[in-house]
Design a protein around this ligand. Structure first.
Ligand SMILES: [Zn+2]
Length: 160
């Protein structure tokens, strides 16, 4: 018999809507930002990995993944779904890691200054903060990016 809870034996599983409702709601907000800024990308989703055997009480770890199920970085911290504010910070941070590392681009980018933004707290809300020292928008409230017709962002977009 194989060992239980060995992450090398058990593949990640897609998390179904409703299993982690507070993270689901946070992810819906972050996916709004993704749709506004990278409309060609399918929504992010949650994916679950069995906990490590060494854990005191083995439990599933949840990652924010691209539509293809791949992710980058840490799992959502245990207990970060205790309240919506913590959940939004955790999910936005994980989403930023996954998008920027898996897609090789800064995300999200300030449309005014073309700079990669950081997650910050302002008035107890999660916001996207631009290095030019301004708050761009609350997480979930980024404006749709206006791009010239035919323009594409990212690697491979350059014409020879
Ligand atoms: Zn800016």
């Amino acid at each position: 018999m194989g060992r239980m809870n060995d992450p090398f034996d058990t593949p990640p599983r897609p998390v179904e809507p409703g299993e982690y409702p507070v993270w689901d709601e946070a992810l819906a907000l972050v996916n709004r930002d993704l749709a506004a800024t990278l409309p060609e990308r399918a929504p992010l989703r949650l994916t679950g990995l069995p906990g490590w055997e060494e854990d005191e009480a083995p439990h599933e770890h949840v990652h924010v993944a691209l539509a293809d199920g791949t992710w980058w970085g840490n799992h959502l911290p245990d207990g970060s779904d205790a309240d919506p504010v913590s959940a939004l910070f955790a999910v936005a941070e994980a989403a930023q890691d996954t998008v920027s590392e898996r897609l090789w681009q800064a995300w999200p980018v300030c449309s005014e200054h073309n700079l990669g933004m950081h997650l910050r707290e302002a008035d107890e809300r999660a916001v996207w903060w631009c290095p030019q020292d301004h708050v761009r928008a609350a997480v979930g409230a980024l404006d749709p990016v206006q791009r010239p017709p035919g323009a594409r962002r990212g690697r491979g977009a350059r014409r020879a």
